[in-house]
Design a protein around this ligand. Structure first.
Ligand code: VGL
Ligand code: ZN
Length: 198
């Protein structure tokens, strides 16, 4: 068994003071840092949007943040501008350890497609390359932590389970946006996909 810790989007933008802040998002940082010691590999993901990204409400005239629009690949929630490449909002939380990271997987870089999952963009087919990296390293078991539970963590966990990894989400080391029941739905979807919710 070879394991990896996947740390999803522990960035300023999702922590208090950030543009898409998750309540208490920064509280999980010390626990994540400590957990890194228990894994063969540590991977960080970073939401990394170009200016004017199509997931931003500001890119659609008259649209409000947290409303839903129809994209070529299906419904897409529109967000406040967040994690724009090169801004402080997109940087990792300053307390997050990065020294043990084997790789940083950036996502949401394609202007036309959002990317919640660390494995595929929201069209569910364009890969990020993470699957290949993990397989090349011989990784079989994944633990996911980070932000946000009901979006990027859940989408990543479900894709990982479908790809055949044994997947655990440490819920105590995640934080949720919880938009219209999205957290309860995400938990159900993860459990149905065979993800262990710890
Ligand atoms: C995320 C919404 C938009 C996340 C990223 O990290 O969960 N959510 N971009
Ligand atoms: Zn984003």
């Amino acid at each position: 068994m070879t394991n990896a810790l996947i740390v999803i989007d522990v960035q300023n933008g999702f922590c208090p003071g950030g543009n898409l802040a998750v309540a208490g998002g920064d509280r999980i940082v010390p626990g994540i840092n400590a957990l890194m010691e228990d894994f063969d590999h540590v991977i960080l993901t970073q939401d990394w949007h170009p200016k004017g990204h199509s997931s931003f409400a500001s890119s659609h005239s008259g649209a409000q943040p947290y409303s839903t629009t129809q994209m070529s690949y299906g419904p897409q929630t529109l967000w406040p501008d967040h994690c724009v490449q090169g801004t402080e909002d997109a940087e990792f939380h300053p307390g997050l350890r990065t020294d043990r990271a084997r790789a940083i997987v950036r996502k949401g870089m394609n202007s036309a497609i959002d990317s919640y999952s660390a494995f595929f963009e929201n069209d569910r087919t364009t890969p990020t390359g993470l699957d290949g990296l993990l397989r090349t390293l011989g990784v079989t078991d994944l633990t996911l932590v980070g932000l946000a539970t009901d979006f990027c963590v859940a989408f990543s966990a479900i894709d990982a389970a479908r790809l055949g990894f044994a997947v655990t989400v440490r819920q105590d080391l995640t934080g949720a946006i919880d938009l219209d029941g999205s957290l309860a739905r995400a938990r159900d979807d993860m459990a149905a996909a065979g993800v262990t919710l710890a």
